[in-house]
Design a protein around this ligand. Structure first.
Ligand SMILES: [Zn+2]
Length: 116
């Protein structure tokens, strides 16, 4: 289950990627994603404020609000999943895969140049 801090982290990740995105498509996708994560975080905060400390799961209803992308494999617009791989021994920079939620094919991989 996702926590508010996870949502916020995804927002920051999207914004970091957005700053480095080169194509208009990437920029639009990433700003949509940042907004979606932000709205999920806000919705969850409201829910927690309402329910006290109850950490209820939000389940798949949040999927309905996920950004959608064109999937060449499905030949349809599909909800997408955002996979972030942090830089490690093998990667010298962070990677983010945009994955079709339906067929799990990778629609795009976003690379963030290591600039520091
Ligand atoms: Zn697909």
């Amino acid at each position: 289950m996702k926590k508010i801090s996870d949502y916020r982290r995804h927002v920051e990740e999207c914004k970091a990627l957005l700053r480095r995105a080169k194509s208009p498509e990437e920029r639009e996708m990433l700003s949509n994603m940042a907004e979606t994560w932000e709205s999920l975080a806000v919705a969850r905060e409201k829910k927690l404020a309402r329910d006290g400390e109850a950490e209820e799961e939000e389940r798949m209803d949040s999927l309905e609000r996920f950004p959608r992308v064109w999937c060449n494999n499905c030949n349809k617009v599909k909800p997408m999943i955002f996979h972030v791989m942090k830089a490690n021994d093998k990667n010298d920079h962070d990677l983010a895969d945009i994955v079709c939620a339906d067929c799990k094919s990778i629609i795009a991989t976003l690379h963030t140049a290591c600039q520091n």
